[in-house]
Design a protein around this ligand. Structure first.
Ligand code: PLP
Length: 353
């Protein structure tokens, strides 16, 4: 690696030290070469296997949460209040980290389920790991934020607990630092295996995209970052806002305007949490060729975008691409019925059984 890049990484790490952090993912996840896909597409493709991180079926959010839990624990909180959709991977990881560190986990979950099942997936795991769940009908966004605030106030008023409430902007900032930290590790790992990509594909419209975009802008702006949003939010404004806030707080002189953020809207489909045909076909594509399992809510939609870009020539032949597998393993099982149906797979066992 060029000496100025080594110096820049060291300088950013020095700045990150001022933020307390707890170690959640204790090992480095592999960056796997996808030989079959690479040969077929004429592009060199590797995947960062954050789905293999810990705990409780892992996922990249364990890195994002290191700084959030760092702040909560340094300030002496004894629990967490957060929420979201019942299929949330982030909530499953929050429940897992709370279990490991002996914190109480309060989740405010919205009732409008994307699939009508409670028996498998993240909701089952949340409960297994001891999360306390309150059901609400609020929509994602400010409505749900108000419900979380109400739950927090209840707990504080009863004077039973001193929980840390996940406030949107603060948590987005700390999660962005976590993803920046993950990017720095990944960049060093890519250097060691001599695989500098010209593009990185990921799914997200928050800290996943902003942390990695901030990292590339600071360390190696030649890498293009393509995020694929899982929901109909204004990803370009959210991501550029988070990059600029984090850069300002770290004293870094960069600015990203929203039209510089690449995050196509068309892969969401009907709604957040609703699988698309294209996404499901992309899941099968990678499963059959690489035994790499994506999910229909997040990574499958990103895989559909990646394949479009590979086929239409947006990703040049012979170039190198890194895909971030951000996890979500329990969702593939939660949605198995809809995947079976959309791919025309046989559901029932053969008569002989
Ligand atoms: C597997 C997976 N990938 C990506 C994301 C995107 O995260 P964000 O948009 O918050 O950066 C999530 C969010 O929960 C996720 O669960």
């Amino acid at each position: 690696m060029m000496p100025e890049k080594i110096a820049k990484i060291a300088q950013i790490r020095e700045k990150l030290i001022q933020y307390p952090k707890v170690e959640i993912s204790t090992f480095r996840t592999p960056i796997e070469y996808l030989g079959n896909v690479s040969r077929e597409l004429g592009i060199k493709v590797r995947v960062k296997r954050e789905d293999l991180s810990g705990p409780a079926y892992g996922g990249h959010y364990s890195r994002a949460l290191e700084y959030v839990f760092g702040e909560a624990m340094k300030n002496g909180h004894d629990g967490i209040v957060h929420g979201g959709p019942s299929h949330s991977n982030q909530n499953r990881l929050i429940a897992a980290i709370c279990a490991k560190y002996g914190l109480k986990c309060h989740l405010v979950l919205r009732r409008k389920l994307p699939v009508d099942r409670h028996d498998v997936g993240n909701l089952f795991l949340d409960q297994l790991m001891g999360a306390d769940i309150k059901w609400v009908t609020a929509e994602m966004g400010p409505e749900l934020d108000r419900e979380k605030e109400t739950r927090y106030q209840e707990l504080v008023r009863e004077d039973r607990e001193n929980p840390y409430l996940f406030r949107r902007e603060r948590v987005a900032f700390l999660s962005c630092l976590g993803m920046l930290d993950m990017f720095l590790d990944t960049y060093q790992q890519l250097d060691e295996i001599d695989f500098m990509p010209s593009s990185i594909y990921l799914t997200g419209c928050g800290p996943t995209h902003s942390g990695i975009l901030l990292g590339t802008r600071l360390v190696d702006p030649t890498i293009e970052v393509v995020g694929v949003r899982p929901l109909h939010w204004n990803a370009q404004e959210i991501v550029s806002g988070e990059v600029n806030t984090a850069a300002r707080n770290l004293g870094e002189d960069i600015f990203v305007s929203h039209d510089e953020v690449v995050n196509p809207p068309e892969y969401v489909g009907e709604d957040y949490g609703v699988p698309t045909q294209k996404g499901n076909e992309a899941i099968r594509y990678f499963a059959e060729r690489e035994a790499l399992i994506f999910d229909p809510v997040y990574t499958g939609k990103m895989a559909a975008c990646f394949l479009d870009h590979a086929y239409d020539g947006r990703i040049p032949k012979g170039s190198r691409t890194l895909i971030i597998h951000s996890g979500g393993t329990p969702l593939t099982l939660l949605y198995s019925d809809t995947i079976y149906q959309s791919l025309g797979m046989r559901l029932d066992p053969p008569d002989i059984l």
